[in-house]
Ligand binder design. Structure first.
Ligand code: GDP
Ligand code: IMO
Ligand code: MG
Length: 435
């Protein structure tokens, strides 16, 4: 078997959690391959809302195996909070979850370093989620990281050495902090984490594939936040793209199957960095209000704008997307006209290939399409779609060169319409939508 991958094509928060949950009945195994508690993946069903950070979004449907892969960075303190909150709501995930020993730990001092680096950058700050992601991945790359497997052997010495290194940096930055409470809670989390099934996930995953088990790899963040191809330096510190699944789970490139690319019918971004189609007017406010665009982890207001097909086309190319998923189309239900950026005007030049850098002088060139002005939130079949909506879909498919297989018309699990059913996103999907 091959592993399918689901990943974000914009600047994160596309709705990955919802769709992984919807697709879970089709798979035996769901695996996160990168990122950490900077992610906030929202799922809604039976009038309940759940926000997952480090735990894969396949834990709610029928006892599937869920794996946290080696490419993830895990904070035991936040992991314990997340797992305990799930248990309190009746979802004990202990038997479902397996965690790679090669995943790196986010230490308390990583979180403090994240804050210190942001403070040092002043106005040029990235606007990180403050979860220690950058410092943890930096240590991994500089071969100073601490892995979950280290919890099982001689941990005190490894921890103390890392902490001493971090404290020397914090001192050099003149950053004041108090670590004792955070550290005590962190160690409780580390003990808790040791109670989970800690595995050599690359072997486990490849054995699953050999046995013919189906795997869905769940991405975090989005392609435009990728450390290599995103809007650097305003990015996260991991490879959010399809290739990240190979390194973050140990799946060989030839064992990647379908690549689900997920995008909002418009566009959002949280934190600093370029965003050519950002709207600073009442249309932007309207998208934010109707779409409830506030960060699920930090509560920050998300910046909103029209869909950017220059960036999306780039993301489709980098990831080799085979199936598109369009989210939150309901947010546009009341709009008279809808704009889509088809090129950038860069100092008088029309640019359609995503450029090396985006400066303030980049101006979006828009195509304008008629809105559908129909409440689509209760639609369950593509035959109900209004003509203008179909025209919008066809326009996107033509521009991006990949079919839109799933349309999400609301935040609930059931508000999901599968297109081209006969071509086989499997029947189980339809069952997943039953109440
Ligand atoms: P993720 O990080 O990609 O999993 O996305 P988030 O959970 O951070 O953000 C997506 C937000 O949109 C969440 O609040 C979801 O409940 C919500 N959502 C997902 N799909 C839809 C949709 O089709 N329509 C609407 N209105 N909300 C949606
Ligand atoms: P999900 O998985 C949206 C953004 C931060 C910041 C930049 C770097 O829910 O889509 P970091 O803490 O990773 O060092 O922050 O990346 N960011 C996200 N934005 N969704 C996310 O995750 C994000 N994870 C990080 O806002 O701009
Ligand atoms: Mg999110």
């Amino acid at each position: 078997m091959k592993a399918d991958v689901l990943l974000g094509l914009q600047w994160g928060d596309e709705g990955k959690g919802k769709i992984v949950d919807v697709l879970t009945p089709d798979y035996d195994v769901i695996a996160r391959f990168q990122g950490g508690p900077n992610a906030g993946h929202t799922l809604e069903f039976n009038n309940q809302k759940y926000i997952l950070r480090s735990i894969p979004s396949g834990v709610f449907q029928g006892g599937k195996v869920n794996i946290i892969g080696n490419g993830v960075v895990l904070d035991p303190l936040l992991f314990k909070q997340e797992a305990e909150a799930l248990a309190a709501s009746g979802h004990d995930i202990k038997k479902l979850l397996r965690i790679s020993k090669k995943a790196h730990l986010i230490l308390p001092t990583h979180r403090i370093l994240d804050a210190a680096y942001e403070a040092a950058k002043g106005d040029g700050k990235i606007g990180t989620t403050g979860k220690g992601i950058g410092p943890a991945y930096t240590d991994k790359t500089s071969r100073n990281g601490v892995r979950i497997g280290d919890l099982l052997h001689n941990f005190d010495a490894v921890y103390k050495a890392a902490k001493a290194r971090h404290e020397a940096i914090l001192q050099s930055l003149g950053y004041t902090y108090n670590i004792s409470e955070l550290e005590a809670e962190w160690f409780e989390g580390a003990e808790y984490l040791k109670g989970f099934d800690l595995i050599d996930s690359e072997h486990v995953i490849n054995n699953y594939l050999k046995e013919g088990k189906t795997i869905l790899a769940e991405g975090a963040q989005g392609t435009m936040l990728d450390i290599d191809f995103g809007s650097y330096p305003f990015v996260t510190s991991s490879n959010t793209i399809c290739a990240g699944c190979c390194t973050g789970l140990g799946v060989a490139p030839r064992n990647i199957g379908e690549v689900y690319g997920i995008f909002k019918a418009y566009c959002t971004r949280v934190g600093s960095g370029p965003f050519p189609t950002e709207l600073f007017d009442e249309t932007g406010d309207r998208l934010c209000d109707i779409g409830h665009e506030f960060g699920s982890v930090t509560g920050r207001r998300r910046r909103c704008g029209w869909i950017d097909l220059v960036a999306l086309k780039y993301a489709v190319m980098i990831n080799g997307v085979t199936r598109l998923i369009m989210m939150k189309s309901d947010v546009l239900d009341g709009f008279e006209t809808i704009k889509a950026c088809v090129a950038y005007d860069m100092d008088g030049q029309e640019v359609t290939d995503f450029p090396y850098t985006i400066t303030d002088s980049v101006k979006p060139i828009y195509a304008e399409l008629p809105g559908w002005q129909t409440d689509m939130t209760k639609m369950t079949d593509e035959n109900e779609f209004p003509e203008e909506f179909n025209a919008y879909l066809s326009f996107l498919e033509e521009e991006l060169g990949v079919p839109v297989k799933i349309v999400s018309v609301g935040s609930d699990r059931k508000q999901t319409v599968i297109r081209y059913k006969e071509e086989g996103i499997k029947v189980v999907l339809a069952e997943a939508q039953q109440p």
